[in-house]
Design a binder for this molecule. Sequence first.
Ligand SMILES: Nc1nc2c(ncn2[C@@H]2O[C@H](COP(=O)(O)OP(=O)(O)OP(=O)(O)O)[C@@H](O)[C@H]2O)c(=O)[nH]1
Ligand SMILES: [Mg+2]
Length: 451
Amino acid sequence: MPDLNKIMQTIRRDAGLETEIQQGPLIQIEVDENANRLPLIESAGETYERPISVCFAGVGTHGVNVVMSLKNQNLTNELVDFVGINSDGSSMKELDKLGFKDNIWLSSVDSNTHLGAGGKLEVGKELGDKYYEQFKKRFKNKELVLVVTGMGGGTGTGAAPLVAKAAKEVQQGKSNTLTIGVASMPSGEEYDKRKIAKLGIEELKKHVDALIVIDQLNLLDVLDQENASVDQGEELVDSRFRIVLQSIMDTVTQYTKRNIDFADVCSTFKDCGDAIVTTVEAPSENVEDIKRELVRALNDKLLIDHYNKIASRLTVYHFFEPGYSVKNHGEVVREIKRIFNWTKTEDGFYNNPVEDPSNFEKVGTGISEEYKGRTKVIVMAGGFVNIPPGKTPSATRAMPAASIQPVQPIAPTRVIAPPPPAQIIQSPPSEPGEDAVDKLIAAGRNKGFTL
Ligand SMILES: Nc1nc2c(ncn2[C@@H]2O[C@H](COP(=O)(O)OP(=O)(O)OP(=O)(O)O)[C@@H](O)[C@H]2O)c(=O)[nH]1
Ligand SMILES: [Mg+2]
């Protein structure tokens, strides 16, 4: 194995840096067997700690239920700080039993009862105001805050926008920070609640960078209407929340050669309004399988209808095994662009037709034996604008209810696993002409994907 320090010394000498950093190597990968975290990368005196600081805030009973279901699914780890925020004392007790600490109980405005907000938006809002400073304290140093809630009751509808506002206020002025809302709308069985839920959605949208809405109105269309049970319906909605959270976490916690990192996620979602996030998987033998899954998942009737809209910001993270064809990879990317109404060029590619400085496009790949016989795509879309009048969408319209197959709740494709135990990272042998610095960084990043 080459002597890394020697390589670094040479680079330093060549770069004329030796007087500034005499102590230790230019790049140092620290290994701590007990730390159970990604290695630190030190460069030119600065330390880069790769994992970002994330907080999932479940607000109101539904938000707290989703957070609890993440715990049940083992989707928790030390990268993510969970906070339950609710007025209902019994839901707080449940959180406590499951080991969620440092939650914020919104005790009632005029007395210390254990009750919820009774479906009253104003009460939720008052409680949010009362605990605003506590929210801010809880979000200190959080680069990514996900505000998870169910709209339609009092607490989530009234307080979630203030929770998001507090997160954004704490993040203000810092680059590469995000506050994302993930909110459900009530089902048709609670039709009247949809009015106040809409108010909550509008208010929440003002305070988040991106808002992903899971609308339960069309739940029956997506379920097997004859045979589905209520709990299957609830599980389906919960699974949609999980897919969103999982997709974002998968993207920001794993590293591949053509990586998509948190800065890319910020470019996709910063001040973007409505957003769509999903993960799709299919066998890799026939590319039509994954294309069909993409059409189905991105036109999911629980998501916003974007048939007439162009997504001006698009991030595609495509995973497959070594040997996957460039033709199939291209087809997958083009299919996503078609679904989001990009313009087909004469040579068969797709252009973003929106002219705006905030436009963003990023395609990342992860190539690993882990994906033997299958392929997975994480899609993040935002910055929706209406297609100009008279222009025909290239998108596929969401399928009519009758043609929709019953959708099984999609299990998370990969748990948000704790970072692998700290390992001794062997630097790859340095080959003639290879950039040693890149190699070292790559070694730190390579978490199972071929470089
Ligand atoms: N799918 C699903 N929906 C839920 C769940 N819990 C609540 N909801 C729905 O989410 C919406 C908001 O309800 P809650 O979360 O109970 O309301 P809240 O924010 O706690 O407000 P208050 O109870 O009035 O203080 C309503 O439409 C509920 O039917 C759940 O576990 N799963
Ligand atoms: Mg409640």
